[in-house]
Design a protein around this ligand. Sequence first.
Ligand code: FAD
Length: 286
Amino acid sequence: MDFLRPTTWAEALAAKAERPDAVPIQGGTDVMVEINMDVRRPAALLDLNRVAELREWAMVDGVWRVGAAVPYTTVIEELGGPLPGLAQAARTVGSPQIRNRGSVGGNLGAASPAGDSHPPLLAAEAVVEVESRGRGVRMIPAADFYLGVKRNALEPDELIRAVHVRPATGPQYFSKVGTRNAMVIAVCSFAVALHPHERRVGTGIGSAAPTPRRAFEAEELLARELDWTAPLDPALARRFGELCAAAAAPIDDVRGTAAYRVHAVGVLARRTLTWAWNDHLGRRAA
Ligand SMILES: Cc1cc2nc3c(=O)[nH]c(=O)nc-3n(C[C@H](O)[C@H](O)[C@H](O)COP(=O)(O)OP(=O)(O)OC[C@H]3O[C@@H](n4cnc5c(N)ncnc54)[C@H](O)[C@@H]3O)c2cc1C
């Protein structure tokens, strides 16, 4: 197995252009497990750990640009204020060791339907910045990034550079069902993001379909019917939960049945919306 070690982003793109078969490795918390378990044996590994650019995060034109290598611990400690949904999800990932090594870029690269970054990125309408040496930068909305189970929109010569997320303008929540409180892959998960200035609510469903996905009909319902100055109508919250559940398309597997997941997505949707709504009204009253 060849081991490629670029030290700059330009070198990394050149290496990927020359060796499209090379598997990128960042924190290695997915890649090393797969190699150890003999799930795959790549001809080459492209180690991105020396590429300092990938570890940077900054506000660019009013949007947070979070480098692909930024680990969960940094998301929690440095970005919890502006990106509360993503930080909440990051707190539920693995253990402290996994959160120190594992990155949002790695979660996107793996594109597991159960990855915890995906629902908050969808709810916040994040955009994934990818790049190749030959064709330059592509900006891919999160909703278009996930193509199938563990399949994403990356071309073989492309790498993930960063994810762009607008700072929250309203409350955001993430919730995950698992068989215990730590070190657990989601049975299903849900994220909600309130955008009060636009009178819109974003959603993200995890681990309940072949890809992470938004519940578009549920979002449209709230855009039409929410009264942003009033307490949340329980019937509307219930209908929102039903439409989110209807947007799920889960399977039975070792972690849960499809029927349970559909039910749980509805509960999580209603619950996270209620939490977010109570915060929203509290902020208005303050
Ligand atoms: C014990 C344990 C617990 C875990 N718990 C959770 C959990 O609770 N929730 C959760 O979501 N995940 C969990 N994971 C999975 C894993 O930690 C996450 O998916 C993490 O985000 C992967 O990040 P990484 O930097 O380690 O990625 P890596 O393992 O380095 O890479 C993952 C994938 O992304 C690709 N990749 C990495 N960087 C790039 C890039 N810049 N451009 C293109 N492709 C790239 C790799 O080729 C690979 O396909 C767990 C893993 C372990 C071992």
